[in-house]
Write a protein that binds this ligand. Structure first.
Ligand SMILES: Nc1nc2c(c(=O)[nH]1)N[C@H]1C(S)=C(S)[C@@H](COP(=O)(O)O)O[C@H]1N2
Ligand SMILES: [Mo]
Length: 495
């Protein structure tokens, strides 16, 4: 068989396999689609250093990069499988079966799939094997010089696979999350967050707006396909070291007196100067109320939360009892799907990976000795309070400034609050920045400072001091294991 045709046989069989699995997964839950399941399994198996590298290098595009990388690797394997099968279909068939077994294993180890979901990788295996052997036979028939009909078989296979893949994608998204969000409508809290005062941000000078919109809110999670849940079917189980285990439905939560709080969320993976920090008005109920009703037993020290897709986070119980929210709304609306609809946890003062479980379905009152959250065996700290941090938003790195220089940025130190931000130029004396209105100790605080600088190159640095009197650490530390430290510094030119 000609190499080109042999390679194409492998590639098309791969396409048929992935598409068939995707289509079947549309009925059993899209996370059982072999491609996504293998991707998600890869995310869970990735060593911490590689994951850090991916987040640092590709930011929130890390998932797209992973899926593209998988596509390249799979395509290479498929081409190789075709090429080693130029005489007999057996070697390629073995590769197809091996890939199929990987897909089945990946699906079986996903925490968020039902029993039937194994049908999706089985469909992949069957379709891949059938397509490979069918196309192989057609190509060999051509080579024997009898006819030249395999071209049509190749095209039909490609067309069928594309149609099945697209249909799977379309049907797989049919859980009507938006309908469920719309049915909930606007959320009116009994206790509103105080109005954000004028002068809380300095958008004109380059800071972010004080409240981050749902679209601009940073997103970090391990989910390749956003879990699609409906509020009507969702429930939250509360159990473990409590006297009265309970189950809360969305309606029950909504029927309680809702509180609204302005809270800044921060990711532990944020580098000094990085973007993974955002602020919203979260609406929900206090975890403390729910746990006190359930009756926490003596000796418990961890709230272990689990999401629909199997992510887990362990938070210090005392901290959660004091400040934690079960949030069902963000900026007046139900949570967006990517930010945890129908419910998530938000705990001011703790990095997201140990507190902010999205699509939360289970609250287990337990001990740190008993259970470890998702990121702990992957090298991150068990306890991760947010570190005092500040960031320069303007001037931009290597930017050019005309006229007077305004340095502006944000600072955060939840739940202690920001007391002071200082700026220095070219290693000179520290100068006090003007602070934005103080909204809450659970939020960031914007700052600005006008400077009169000579034309030429300059470097500014900033550092914040929290209300406990602690000044941001100067030592440059990487995010692993419990959050970056160091002073943000930006070099720019005054023209
Ligand atoms: N289910 C689930 N919840 C999760 C995560 C996740 O991977 N899965 N990531 C956590 C991390 S590391 C952070 S920083 C916050 C980010 O929340 P956001 O995407 O709404 O900004 O969600 C947390 N909750
Ligand atoms: Mo995070």
């Amino acid at each position: 068989m000609k190499p080109k045709k042999a390679a194409l046989t492998g590639l098309l069989a791969l396409l048929a396999a992935l598409a068939a699995g995707h289509l079947v997964a549309a009925f059993t839950g899209l996370s059982a689609s072999p491609y996504l399941a293998v991707g998600n399994a890869a995310i869970d198996l990735t060593p911490a250093w590689l994951k850090d590298f991916a987040v640092t290098t590709f930011g929130t595009y890390d998932k797209a990069v992973l899926l593209a990388g998988m596509a390249v690797v799979l395509a290479a394997v498929a081409v190789a499988a075709g090429l080693v099968s130029r005489n007999s279909p057996t070697p390629g068939s073995v590769v197809v079966v091996a890939l199929g077994v990987v897909g089945i294993a990946a699906v079986l180890t996903r925490p968020d799939v039902g029993q039937l979901s194994v049908l999706a990788p089985l469909a992949s295996l069957a379709a891949g094997l059938y397509a490979f052997r069918y196309l192989h036979r057609a190509a060999q028939r051509d080579e024997a010089g009898r006819e030249n009909s395999s071209r049509r078989d190749f095209l039909v296979t490609a067309g069928l696979a594309a149609a099945a893949g697209v249909a799977g994608q379309f049907l797989g998204d049919r859980t009507d999350v938006e309908g469920s969000r719309r049915a909930i409508g606007a959320l009116t809290p009994a206790t509103r967050a105080p109005e954000i005062p004028l002068g809380a941000d300095f958008v004109k000078d380059g800071t972010p707006s004080f409240i981050t919109s749902g679209e601009d809110f940073y997103r970090i999670d391990t989910a390749l396909s956003v879990p699609r849940l409906r509020a009507e079917e969702w429930a939250l189980r509360v159990h473990g070291m409590v006297g009265r285990p309970t189950v809360l439905t969305f309606e029950e939560i909504r029927g309680r007196d809702l509180v609204e709080e302005t809270i800044t969320l921060t990711c532990v993976s944020n580098e000094v100067g990085g973007p993974y920090v955002s602020t919203a008005n979260f609406v929900g109920i206090r975890i403390g109320d729910v746990l006190r009703e359930a009756g926490v037993r003596a000796g418990a020290d961890q709230l272990f939360s689990t999401s629909d897709d199997g992510f887990t986070a362990g938070s210090p119980l005392d901290h959660v009892l004091e400040r934690g929210l079960i949030a069902i709304g963000m900026n007046g609306e139900p949570l967006p799907a990517e930010h945890g609809f129908p419910a998530r946890l938000v705990v001011p003062g703790l990095y997201g990976y140990v507190s902010a479980t999205k699509w939360v379905t289970d609250l287990n009152v337990t001990t740190f000795a008993e259970d470890q959250g998702y990121w702990i065996p992957r090298g991150w700290a068990t306890r991760a309070p947010i570190k005092t941090m500040s960031r320069i938003d303007r001037p931009k790195r290597l930017g050019k400034v005309q006229g007077r220089t305004v340095v502006a940025g944000t600072a955060w130190a939840q739940p202690r609050g920001v007391a002071e931000v200082e700026v220095r130029v070219d290693g000179g004396p520290w100068q006090q920045a003007e602070l934005g209105a103080d909204v809450s100790d659970s939020t960031w605080r914007m700052w600005r400072l006008e400077l009169d600088l000579r034309p030429g190159g300059h470097t500014v640095e900033c550092r914040a001091t929290d209300k406990g009197g602690q000044t941001q650490d100067q030592a440059r530390l990487e995010p692993v294991p419990d959050g970056a430290t160091g002073w943000h510094s930006v070099s720019f030119t005054v023209e």
